[in-house]
Design a protein around this ligand. Sequence first.
Ligand code: BG6
Length: 521
Amino acid sequence: MNDQAVLPAGYGQAVLPADAAPAPPSALFIFGGYGDLTKRLLMPSLYNLAHEGVLDGHFDVIGVDHIEGSTEDFRNHLTESVHQLAAAGHEIKEPIWNWLVQRIDYLSGDFENPETYDRIRERLEKRMKEAGDGNAVFYFAVAPRFFSIIAEQLGAAGLMQEGDKAFRRIVIEKPFGTDLASARALNRTLLSVGGESQIYRIDHFLGKETVQNVMAFRFGNGIFEPIWNRDHVEHVQITAAETVGVEKRARFYDATGALRDMVPNHIFQLLAMTAMEPPNSFDADAVRTEKAKVIEAVRRIRKSDAPNYVVRGQYRAGTVLGQHVADYRREPDVDPSSRTETYVAMKCFVDNWRWNGVPFYIRTGKSLAVRRTEIAIHFKRAPGVLFRDKPDCELSPNVLVINVQPDEGISLRFAAKVPGRRVRLSEVDMDFRYADYFKAAPSTGYETLIYDCLSGDPTLFQRADNIEAGWSAVEPILQATSEGLLDIHGYVAGTSGPVMAEVLLAQDGFQWLPLEQGLMP
Ligand code: BG6
C-alpha cells in the first residue's frame, strides 16, 4: 500500500486520455472505508475518474468498516477530507464532487461477521433489480491480517460467484505475504474463492505512466531493441531512493524492512519491465507471462553467498532536505536494538539467454539525500583506439536513464567533442521530459488501476505466479538475514546510503550513478 503519498500528483486533473471509454457500471465495496488509503488515494482517484467522465451513472461506492455510523456521516467524513485538499490548493469542482458523493454509501459491519456479507448480498440483489446488474469490486483497503478473513467470508456468502450480468472481483493491496510460504497460502485462499481472473493484486508502481512507458519505449522504437542484451549492455542499475524515513509506520516497517517492502514487488516489477522479452500481444496474460519468466530467471543465490550479493543498511541521525532526522532506532515504535534494514542494495543476475552475465544492481532506501526512482542502462564502452593518445579523451559508457519519478523522463548520455581546436571529449545528456510534451500530469497510478479493474483488464496487476516468483528470489536473503549472516551497516540520513553499497559495485569495476546529480538533476 502506498501510504507515503500524501496526494496523487494528478489530483483534480484529468489523468486518462479524453477518448477512454466509460468503465462498466459497478458497485465498489471498499473494506476499510474509514482508513487512510480510502481518504488519501482512493477517493481522490475516484474524483479524478469522475472528472474525466469515465464512471458510469450506475457506479456506487460503498464504504465497509467496523465504525458505527450512517451514510451521511461517511459522506461528511470524505467531504471534509476533500475540502482539506481544496484548502491546500487542489482544484475541486463542486458539481463533480457532488455527483460522486451522491453515489457514496456506508455499511457498518465487522469483517469477521457473516451478517456483514448478508447485507452486502442484499445490496447487490437490490442493485440487480434497480440497475440491471450485480457487478461488484471488493477492494481490500485493510490491514493484511484481514485479507484471508474477508476473502473467505466473501466466498462463504457466495459473493464471488459471477453471472451473466454480475462480475465479481477482489482488489488486494500490498503487502502480499511476508515470504514465499505466506504468499502461497494467501494465493491458495484467494484462489479457493475465485478464479485468477477475479483477483487483482495491486502493485501501485505498475500504475505509474513511466513504468508502463518502458514497454512503449522498448518495443515501439526500432533502435533500442537490437542493443538491449548482453552483447551491448554492460550492467543495469535500478534505484528507488526516498527522502522519507519510517514516519508513522514503524510498527509495520520494523517488522518488514526495505527488502520485503520494496524488492520482491516494486523493484522486481521495474526489473521485469526492463528485462522481459517482447510479448506476443498486449493481452494481459501474454504480458504477465513474459514478466513472470524474468523473475523466475533471477538467480537464486545460496544463502551462504548472500554477503557477496547484498548490502543492508540502517539510517543514523542526519539531515534530510534541511530537516533533522533521528537515528532509526530512536524513532517511535522502533525496537532500540533493531537490525531491520532501511536500505538494501543487491546484485542480481537474470539467468536467461538475453541477459547471461549482465549484473542488475538494485538499491532502495529511506532517509536518503534525494527522492528518485530510475532505471539506468549502462552500455559497453566504444573501443577507445582512436582516442588512446589523447589526454582528456577517456571514454565513458553511454547511459540511458529512465526516470520513473519525480522528474519523469528519459535521458541518454553520450560523448561529444568540446568545441575548440584540441580534441577533447565531454559527456552530454539528451533529455526527454514528460512535462515538456504531455499536458496530463502523471498520477500516482490508482486512477488507472481502478479504471482497469472496473473494465476487467488485469494487465497492470500481479498474477499469482508473479508474486510467488518474487518471494522465491529473495527467500535465500531473508533466510541469511534471519540467521544473522548479513551485517547491518549504518549510514547517515541524507546521504547516498552505506559505503558498503559503493564497494558492492566497485569490486566489479562499476559505480552507482550519484544520487545527488543523476543524468537529470
Ligand atoms: C510502498 C512502500 O509500497 O511504496 C513504502 O510500502 C514506499 O515504504 C512506497 O515509500 C513508495 O511508493 P512511491 O510511489 O512513493 O514511490
